[in-house]
Design a protein around this ligand. Structure first.
Ligand SMILES: Cc1cc2nc3c(=O)[nH]c(=O)nc-3n(C[C@H](O)[C@H](O)[C@H](O)COP(=O)(O)O)c2cc1C
Length: 373
């Protein structure tokens, strides 16, 4: 039995439809294509990318983590102005109870300062963890967005209640069965199950925690043993065969991020765009060097030099390295900035997002129809 059938979905004439009343809450069932365009903060996710992904029949997500509440409101209006009603937004949950090692932060600043100076930048000496997360949630409740996903932690109970009142589907990104159970208890409607090959930040619930290294299909299985919530599988997906395998392994939908990074609609910085296709970069690694939280990106000089010194401190390290990374990009130096990418980055093509999504789903359907292919 296929995964989506277990979750109450039926694959029928290229569409997923509901087969049982038990899962009527699973609006993923209305998706013509069970693929999610993952949120990618820091530039790649644009209104145009979300519009193209959702317009193709999948589900696009805006990235709200590193933009202001006002910018989120503007982006949401931008997607709706293009006639798209099926989309989501993502935010990062702050962890105010985590106190970083300030001496380690000062030492890291000291180490980075000459490197920044060589690039014509400075390492800020005042960095804090202030977040306008609560104001973002207010905007998103007020905007009645169809989907809202939380990364790095759980939404507050009161926010879950407010979101349900306006019929927003609440999604939590998890990396372990333990966090999956907590998210289900908190009232999540869906889980993004993020595996170790995912590009960008791993959604661990505490800054200091190392992400578990559980292969995505195994993780999906373990998560489905602790909750019956519909699952969206994410991390390292680069072919239709991957999509088919994950749907067969119990996912209701599959998320792709890296695969969209080189699409013309993405706002990926040209230096990063080029680095993704540059044969000098041969692998990806999980590193704290750039942001203070574990994140997967191209293995480059900055990671190799500084990862071992980087303290667990987010967003402090992220803020600290910001001007240096900007200066590196200005100098077209992809060795000194973060280039977040999942393990499947070699498959990212500079094709329109709708083509990428449709090709992926066509390929997946062939594998689903003919499992041996
Ligand atoms: C450049 C980049 C930025 C990302 N930013 C976010 C983000 O803002 N919020 C989030 O929940 N996940 C973020 N992620 C992770 C993705 O949402 C998703 O889990 C991941 O891309 C899936 O793995 P893949 O890149 O191998 O497809 C980012 C990933 C990348 C590559």
């Amino acid at each position: 039995m296929h995964g989506w059938e277990r979750s109450g979905l039926e694959f029928c004439s290229g569409r997923l439809t509901m087969t049982s009343t038990e899962n009527c809450g699973n609006v993923l069932a209305d998706l013509p294509i069970p693929i999610v365009g993952a949120p990618m903060a820091g530039g790649p996710t644009t209104v145009d990318l979300v519009t193209a992904v959702s317009g193709a029949g999948a589900l696009g997500f805006l990235a709200g983590a590193t933009i202001s509440p006002a910018a989120i409101r503007y982006a949401v209006a931008g997607v709706r102005d293009q006639g798209v009603e099926r989309f989501g937004v993502n935010v990062f949950v702050p962890e105010p109870s985590f106190t970083p090692d300030y001496a380690a932060l000062r030492a890291y600043r000291h180490r980075l300062s000459p490197v920044a100076a060589a690039l014509g930048a400075q390492v800020p000496d005042v960095v804090d963890g202030v977040s306008d997360y609560a104001a973002k949630v207010d905007v998103l409740v007020d905007s009645r967005v169809p989907w809202l996903s939380f990364t790095f932690g759980l939404p507050r109970l009161v926010d879950v209640a407010r979101l349900k009142e306006v019929h927003t589907q609440v999604v939590v990104t998890v990396t372990s069965p333990h966090d999956a159970r907590d998210a289900a208890d908190r009232g999540a409607d869906y889980l993004v199950v993020q595996g170790p090959l995912a590009g960008g930040h791993r959604s661990t619930f505490s800054v200091g925690t190392e992400p578990p290294d559980i292969e995505l299909r195994v993780l999906l299985d373990k998560v489905s043993q602790v909750t019956s919530l519909p699952l969206i599988a994410a991390g390292g997906v680069s072919t239709g065969a991957d999509v088919a395998q994950l749907l067969n392994a119990g996912a209701s939908a599959v998320a792709v991020g890296t695969l969209l990074l080189r699409c013309p609609e993405a706002g990926t910085h040209p230096v990063r765009r080029d680095a993704l296709a540059d044969p000098r970069f041969t692998t990806t690694v999980v590193t704290r060097a750039f942001s203070g939280r574990p994140a997967r990106g191209l293995s480059n000089l900055f990671h190799r030099e500084f990862n071992r010194y980087a303290p667990a401190a987010y967003p402090e390290v992220n803020t600290m390295t910001g001007p240096l990374r900007e200066a590196a990009m200005h100098a077209a130096n992809a060795d000194m900035t973060n280039v977040w990418a999942g393990a499947g980055y070699r498959s990212a093509r500079a094709d329109p997002a709708a083509d990428v999504i449709k090709r992926l789903w066509d390929e997946a359907q062939r594998h689903l129809a003919n499992p041996g292919s």
